[in-house]
Design a protein around this ligand. Structure first.
Ligand code: SF4
Length: 241
């Protein structure tokens, strides 16, 4: 069994592959809470994926599936091309040893597969070599997440991903209040050849607009890649987008 929060077909709204048609598989559970992102839902405060994070409140709505292949096939069966497949969460690497997930990775190995991860979970790449062929979007959390540094930064986990995978990149979320941060430099210093993408914070287009220019100027100054959050710009935080 693996907890499936939602699946949908859309385009990638963030990071290096922004704009790419993608099937999204959102798995339940997270080892962080990120209350600092301030998204409010039913008396809870967290990130814009709070329904995938908080098992206590939303776990009943997660579908417990024993095969992800038919779920993904449902979206791709009529397409004449191979879309990206994106595993997201919550923290999808909580399930990295789950045979249901491993089976799906083998089955769809001809697709570009990305894991959107907070990069705090160390993968055993020798035991699970499937992950060597996967792209990792490492959204390492900054101080603005509200999480303790020891919990949100795990260099062993980051190093294992950078060293063992064919492709990985960093993805950071910033508000206009964070553009003086030195944390990105500190976190990424040991991984000089790994690209850095920064995105404005916000779960609605209005909130993005409050942060986008400051973050864009920060990227220009620092030599980072600015990337928007296109799905939010177009559809706010609508589910299934
Ligand atoms: S790590 Fe990601 S999914 Fe988990 S609480 Fe933080 S922002 Fe949300």
């Amino acid at each position: 069994m693996i907890p499936l929060v939602e699946s949908f077909y859309s385009f990638q709204g963030e990071g290096k592959f922004v704009g790419s048609p993608s099937v999204f598989i959102r798995l339940g559970g997270c080892n962080l809470g990120c209350a600092g992102f301030g998204v409010k839902l039913g008396g809870l405060v967290g990130c814009d994926s709070i329904k995938a994070v908080n098992q206590e409140h939303f776990g009943d709505t997660w579908e417990k599936v024993d095969n992800l292949i038919p779920t993904i096939n449902e979206y791709i069966k009529e397409l004449e091309f191979k879309p990206d497949i994106v595993f997201t969460g919550g923290e999808p690497l909580l399930h990295y040893q789950n045979p249901i997930l491993l089976e799906a990775l083998s089955h769809f190995q001809e697709h570009r597969i990305t894991f959107e991860t907070n990069a705090t979970i160390e993968i055993d790449f020798e035991k699970y070599p499937n992950y060597k062929n996967i792209t990792f979007a490492m959204s390492v959390k900054l101080e603005n997440s509200g999480e303790a540094k020891l919990k949100r930064i795990n260099h062993q986990a980051i190093n294992a991903i950078v060293k063992n995978t064919k492709e990985s990149f960093f993805k950071f979320v910033l508000s206009k209040k964070d553009v003086e941060t030195k944390e990105i430099e500190a976190i990424t210093k040991p991984y000089q050849s790994t690209k850095i993408y920064c995105m404005p914070m916000g779960s609605t287009a209005k909130e993005l607009a409050e942060n986008d220019k400051a973050v864009a100027n920060f990227c220009i100054k620092k030599g980072y890649n600015y990337v928007d959050r296109m799905h939010i710009r177009l559809w706010d935080n609508e589910e299934g987008r």
